[in-house]
Design a protein around this ligand. Structure first.
Ligand code: ADP
Ligand code: MG
Length: 358
């Protein structure tokens, strides 16, 4: 196992990149702690697979370095990096049995038969495929093929990291949650550095201790699930994580106040900078109802099980509130209250309100 450091990394698939738009990865500096459980989260096309392929050595970056425990591996080929990579679609040998497939990465490295048997049995047990060890892989369902693929990634215990690139894409929804919690359990057991790539926030937040959020070839925030929820550094994170996502409301800002649709809103702390696109960010969970506050017109109320999502208009701006009690009627006039410690201003997308000192 190793600490993995990406330093000043950039990558373009073009032979002569000109502007930032020509780069699939714009400027990446990330350190992955030895033994950490990470998710790499972002929409399709933001550069997740490019980043993984650079770590595993399938791609050489245009600029920058990859360091494993301080050692520069930027030009080392994949087989010398000791990385296990599980892809979106199963990579297994159809002519071999399940057991032979699982044993392959170990056999390939000259591991002794007794150890191979022990590891294969262990992994098969964890993945619920112990009864299939003698079955030929060609006859398996896509679900099971992908499980074997994951098993092949997990069977070695001498790797620097195990990376999963959207591994649950082909898995049936009802099996997804099961495998997801399996992976979490597996990480706790093997303590390997794991990087789990996904565009699905639920997968990222359940698996990872720390989530790296990417957008357009850049890392916008690295944090625990709670940090990403409680204090998004960028409106993209606020909106992408949470359901519904954070309200991003055009406003003006001065000191520790924002002016939103003509109403003064108390902020978490003082706001710095000026100009640029200015928005007030507040999560629906922190918008409450009261006898006084910001007047709003309720347009829709959705019952989503545990709570209600209330859609409302303040002037010309739509926003959402989440509530468990005091559910207003659609069409009614209400007063909204924004929780000050969860109200902050973003300038050109980036957080601009300071946390008030405790
Ligand atoms: P993700 O995995 O987040 O969906 P990718 O890393 O696959 O994103 O892609 C990032 C960007 O790089 C996209 O704009 C994609 O079109 C481009 N890209 C990916 N692979 C190649 C390639 N082999 N050649 C050229 N462009 C590529
Ligand atoms: Mg991808």
């Amino acid at each position: 196992m190793a600490q993995i450091k990406l330093s000043n990394l950039r990558h373009s698939y073009m032979p002569a990149p000109k502007g930032p738009d020509d780069y699939a990865l714009k400027e990446i500096d990330v350190t992955w702690r030895d033994g950490g459980a990470y998710a790499l989260l972002g929409p399709s096309g933001c550069g997740k697979s490019t980043l993984l392929n650079i770590i595993s050595g399938l791609l050489t970056p245009s600029e920058g370095q990859i360091l494993f425990d301080g050692q520069d591996v930027t030009t080392l080929p994949p087989d010398q990096r000791n990385i296990a990579q599980v892809f979106q679609f199963p990579v297994i040998y159809d002519t071999m049995t399940v057991g032979e497939n699982l044993a392959f990465p170990l056999k390939n490295r000259g591991v002794d038969p007794a150890t191979i048997k022990r590891r294969v049995d262990e992994i098969a047990e964890m993945l619920d495929v112990a009864d299939m060890l003698g079955t030929r892989a060609s006859g398996l369902s896509p679900d099971n093929k992908q499980k074997i693929s994951m098993g092949r990634g997990l069977v070695r215990d001498d790797v620097n990291a195990v990376m999963f690139d959207e591994p649950l894409t082909v898995i049936d929804p009802h099996l997804k949650w099961k495998l997801r919690s399996k992976l979490k359990e597996l990480h706790q057991r093997v303590q390997a550095t794991m990087i789990y790539v996904t565009h699905d926030q639920t997968e990222a937040l359940t698996f990872a201790d720390e989530v790296v959020v990417m957008q357009d070839g850049e890392v916008v925030q690295i944090g625990t699930p709670v940090e990403l929820f409680e204090r998004p550094q960028h409106t993209f994170v606020g909106h992408f994580i949470g359901s519904p996502g954070m309200n991003v409301l055009p406003c003006e800002a001065k000191g520790d106040r924002a002016l939103f649709e003509g109403h003064e809103v108390m902020l978490e702390g003082p706001t710095h900078g000026d100009g640029g696109r200015t928005d007030l960010g507040i999560r629906p969970e922190y918008v409450g109802f009261g006898d006084t506050g910001i007047p709003a017109h309720v347009t829709k109320v959705s019952d989503i099980g545990r709570h209600f999502v209330v859609s409302a208009m303040v002037g010309n701006t739509a926003l959402k509130a989440v509530t468990e009690h005091s559910v207003p009627e659609p069409g009614s006039e209400v007063f909204l209250q924004f929780k000050p410690e969860q109200s902050r201003v973003y300038r050109d997308g980036w957080i601009a309100t300071q946390e008030r000192a405790q």
